[in-house]
Design a protein around this ligand. Sequence first.
Ligand code: SF4
Length: 221
Amino acid sequence: MANIFVYELDGKTYINLTNACTNDCIFCLRNDKDDVCGANLWLETENFTAADVIAQLETHMSSRACSGISQTLKKVQGDMKEITFCGYGEPTLRLDILKEVAAYIKENFPGTKVRLNTNGHANAIRQRDIVPELAGLVDEISVSLNAPDEHQYNEISRPKIKNAYKEVLDFIACCAHNKIKTTATVVQGFKGMQIDTAACEKIANELGAQFRVREWIENGY
Ligand code: SF4
């Protein structure tokens, strides 16, 4: 099966750039499912370019144009309110491709909001601050805070990098500092697990971010 980079969920468009991740979260959808609404997000190969992703995005846009009775591609572009980098892996592991595709979206669909869902490990992985490179390309970043302290974070996220919790906190602060709309998130209710969301919200706000609780739903959507 060919790689699925672009998929749709509840009328919104998502981009899947990798199956690699520096976390192994206990609630990760990848542990239970191969697909999101029928789109198999396991990539056949990670050997691809930004042009491959953009080509699929263009096909996706065209098919949306064809699906409406009298929709033109221009109208679909206007309807495309947001595109989110998400998928079955950590998008910033393919940072160059992410930036190239985001730049393409900004240039060709200037009214479209670009969002990124991330585990917040990018600066640790790259050993530099990559957030200024995202400013202007990504409008909103959602960072998986997951827990109010390092111990619980490690239990939930099972990170493969050192000092991951501190790295996540620093990343959230960097995003807010660069004036990117930033939301720290936690997943509540996985197999009865309860997170102190008030403590998490306080941490998020002190770092300059907004906060959102995602109730865990079996199947993920
Ligand atoms: S950060 Fe996301 S992709 Fe990575 S293991 Fe956790 S839920 Fe899965």
